[in-house]
Design a protein around this ligand. Structure first.
Ligand SMILES: [Mg+2]
Length: 346
C-alpha cells in the first residue's frame, strides 16, 4: 500500500519488490546459504538492498547462537553483527518471560544456542525435572537424547500447568549429510508422552517476526524465505509482504499448489530480482472461447474450464510461473480440480 501512495505516477509493473520497503528480513538456509556455502547472487543482492535499508536475519535453528550465525554470514561476505540475527530461542525466551517469574529455574532441552539465551535472560538452567523447574523450553541440538526428552516429559506430566515453550516445530533439519529429524519430531516425542502441545516461537508462528520488528523497527518490512509452510505462512500471519525465492526447499510445483494462507507477495528465481521490476499479471477473457488468459511479461497461460495450458512460454521462466500462479490462485478452483500442463511445474 505504502509504495503506491509514495509513487503515485509510477506504473505498478515498474515497481521492484524492494520499493517502499524499510526493513528486509531474510531466512537463512535456502535463502542466503546451503550448508556452509553462499547461494549464488544472495550476498551481492542483500548487500545492495542493505545500502538504503535495515537488513535482519531470522532463523528457526536453535542449535547455533546469534553470534555464530553472524560470524558465518560475515565469512560469506555479509558484514553482520550478532544483533542483526534473530533466533528462535530469542523469540522463545520472550514468550517464556511472560509465563514465569524472573530468575526462575527452567528445564532446558537443547544446546548452547538455547542455554546461552536462557541464562542471558536471567533464568537458571537445569537438565533435571527433580529441580522443580518453573517451565520447560525445548529447541534442537544434535546431542539431544532420550534422557532429555524423558526429563521434559516428567516435568510436564508432574504439573499439567507447567509452561512448555518450543523454539520451533520444523519436522526436519537440513544438515551436511542430508535431511534429518528436526525439533518438531523431538517435540512430537514429548507430546506423545504428555498429551499436550507447547507454545511455539519460531516460524510459522508470529513471535519470531514480532521480535524482529521490535528490534529493527521497520514500518514496511519484507520477509524473504524459501518455504511456504513456515516462512510465507508466518509472514502472512504477521501481516508482512513476502518473497518466495526458488533457491531452497519449495519449487514450482509447491508454489502453484500453495493454499490461500501460504501464498507469497512475490516469487523470485534468485535474489537479483529483488531490485528488478516485478511485472504485474494481466487477466483477460478470450472473446471467442471465454477462456481466462493471464499474461506476465511476454509469457501467458490459459484456463479452459479446468485445463491450464501455456499460450506463450515467453523468454523468462519466472514470468511463466508468475502467470500460472496468478491464474491458478485467482480461479477459485482447488489445485486438485485442475489439469495443469506439466511444463508449468516440472
Ligand atoms: Mg529456509
Amino acid at each position: 500500500m505504502a509504495q503506491a501512495e509514495d509513487r503515485p505516477n509510477e506504473p505498478v509493473s515498474e515497481r521492484t519488490p524492494l520499493d517502499g520497503v524499510d526493513l528486509v528480513l531474510a531466512d537463512l538456509d535456502g535463502v542466503v546459504y546451503t550448508g556452509d556455502a553462499a547461494i549464488e547472487h544472495a550476498v551481492m543482492s542483500l548487500t545492495a538492498a542493505g545500502q538504503t535499508r535495515r537488513i535482519g536475519y531470522l532463523t528457526n535453528n536453535a542449535s547455533r547462537t546469534a553470534a555464530s550465525v553472524a560470524e558465518h554470514l560475515t565469512s560469506l561476505g555479509l558484514a553482520t553483527a550478532e544483533d542483526d540475527v534473530v533466533t528462535s530461542p530469542q523469540a522463545a525466551i520472550r514468550l517464556l518471560a511472560d509465563l514465569i517469574p524472573a530468575g526462575a529455574t527452567v528445564l532446558v532441552v537443547g544446546g548452547e544456542g538455547l542455554t546461552t539465551v536462557v541464562e542471558g535472560a536471567g533464568f537458571v538452567v537445569t537438565r533435571s525435572a527433580l529441580d522443580q523447574p518453573a517451565a520447560v523450553i525445548q529447541g534442537f541440538a544434535p546431542d539431544v537424547g532420550w534422557n532429555d526428552l524423558a526429563e521434559a516429559s516428567f516435568a510436564l506430566n508432574d504439573d499439567p500447568a507447567r509452561p512448555w515453550v518450543a523454539t520451533n516445530t520444523d519436522w526436519t533439519i537440513p544438515v551436511a549429510r542430508g535431511i534429518a529429524p528436526g525439533n518438531g519430531t523431538l517435540v512430537g516425542a514429548v507430546h506423545n508422552a504428555v498429551g499436550r502441545l507447547p507454545v511455539v516461537a519460531g516460524k510459522p508462528e508470529v513471535a519470531i517476526f514480532e521480535e524482529a520488528v521490535r528490534r529493527f523497527g521497520g514500518d514496511t518490512p519484507l520477509f524473504i524465505g524459501d518455504r511456504l509452510d513456515t516462512d510465507i505462512l508466518g509472514a502472512n500471519r504477521a501481516g508482512m509482504q513476502s518473497v518466495l525465492v526458488l533457491t531452497g526447499i519449495d519449487g514450482r510445483k509447491q508454489v502453484l499448489a500453495a493454499n490461500a494462507m501460504s501464498r507469497p507477495t512475490f516469487i523470485l528465481g534468485d535474489l537479483r530480482e529483488l531490485a528488478e521490476p516485478y511485472p504485474s499479471a494481466v487477466h483477460t477473457v478470450d472473446a471467442n472461447s471465454g477462456d481466462t488468459v493471464v499474461t506476465v511479461g511476454n509469457a501467458s497461460v490459459r484456463l479452459a474450464k479446468t485445463v491450464v495450458t501455456v499460450d506463450r512460454a515467453g523468454d523468462r521462466p519466472i514470468d511463466l510461473l508468475r502467470a500460472a500462479t496468478s491464474l491458478i490462485w485467482g480461479c477459485g478452483l482447488p489445485i486438485y480440480g485442475l489439469d495443469v500442463a506439466p511444463e508449468l511445474y516440472s
